[in-house]
Design a protein around this ligand. Sequence first.
Ligand code: KIV
Ligand code: ZN
Length: 522
Amino acid sequence: MAKAKERVSIFDTTLRDGEQSPGCSLNRREKLEIAHLLAKLKVDVIEAGFPIASPDDFEAVKLIAESVKGPRICGLARCLEKDIVRAADAVAGADKSRIHVFLATSAIHRRYKLRKAESEIVKQAVASVKLARKHCDDIEFSPEDASRTELPFLAQVVEAAISAGATTINIPDTVGYAIPSRFGELIEYLFEHVKNINDATISVHCHNDLGLAVANSLAAVENGARAVECTINGLGERAGNCALEEIVMALRTRADLYGHLKTGVRTQHLHNTSRTVSRLTGMSVQRNKAIVGANAFAHEAGIHQDGMLKERTTYEIMRPEDIGIDGSELVLGKHSGRHAFRHQLQGLGIKLSSSELDDAYVRFIALADKKKVVYDDDLISIAREEMEETPGVFMLDYLHVVTGTDTVPTATVRLKKGKETLQDAGCGDGPVDAALKTIERITGVRGRLIDFNLQAVTVGKDAMGEVTVRVSIGSDIVSAKSASTDIVEASARAYLSCINRVLRDRASGKKGKSSARKPRAA
Ligand code: KIV
Ligand code: ZN
């Protein structure tokens, strides 16, 4: 009889560790949209946020817990009573909930960050797990910076946390320092030295500072870990986390090695989920990114194309359709009706309210007038901007730029804020600089452009240019994307979007992403 397959649980932390990526900020509606997609993808656990971090984080976790069905909904907490109680309140409405408590264990964190002795760490971990257990049956404990913790002490903490009631022990490579062979040995060591290890699921959480997050996670799985924490597109602190799409496809594609293991992920939704997360977070996916990058299934070299035509498996280890690329993208044009437009958006997983749909359709027709064909990515850009526009913020109403080799680049900008119309003109080093400076003069908000990226959304000379900007405004770092056939307009819209985000967050009392007062986890 065939041996039953063992489950590798997929714990998605896009909405917690992923959302902590510098410049990546999501509002409640966006978080909920991502959580629904993760449920459709059939991840096992969604870490929806860090409820103590801000009222907004709390509300987002609560909303997801109450409305997203399927996966277990988890809230993060430090080993502090106030954090645990807040996390418990946030996830209470879920059908299946989890509280994830963490406490650093490495010598460097004990000495410099916590200023605590080993015995105090064990005591605090045990007390916190016990307290969390009073609120929830499913408790995860993470010894933060585990990969740099002395092995005997790590085993001691893990054993104590399991005895106190932890049902999952997560081993984080917090600073991305681990090397696959050693990380695998670390997991093996725990299996050999922790007496009650079989009373909990062993999970791993790897950061990608050395580009080894997926490799380390695989090594851990090879040595007995049965849960992997990961994020869509590998988002996360600094260089990010283990990419969900990569670990899932590695386990599936190398069935020769991992055939006894299975995840529940519906891989045919990976592509769409990746695109939506990129669109909502404003974090572009590099073209050559494994699995979901635009080039991941593109074959350029003649020899490769020839091989592909003769037999696909000569150069392709996965089929594009396995991750949801069906190759039959329907293109719309200016004769496409509102119904086809809505249908296409729905197919991309985008739901707009009826007034948003009306406005988006007007934009679509305007774009279709300029371009012969409008591709899915064009539609995604249009819809994203529509969803971002909320009353009370600045909207671009008119932009005129004059530029050339012998001209001082000048921009005239008209913005609308509610019923108010504001207009000014200014010059700069180039047309983009002139437009952004003029926007700053009108809005009274000054920012520093940290990053500017321009990419063609689709193919052809008439393709929309997608501009991604990262801007530092006061203590906030925000990013936004915009697309247009006019790249100066796209730059102005993206910049304005950043200004609007910061103004909205300030009005709602939400602290900036880079605010030192907001508790953060690695
Ligand atoms: O990287 C880390 O250590 C974390 C913990 C909270 C699991 O994110
Ligand atoms: Zn982390």
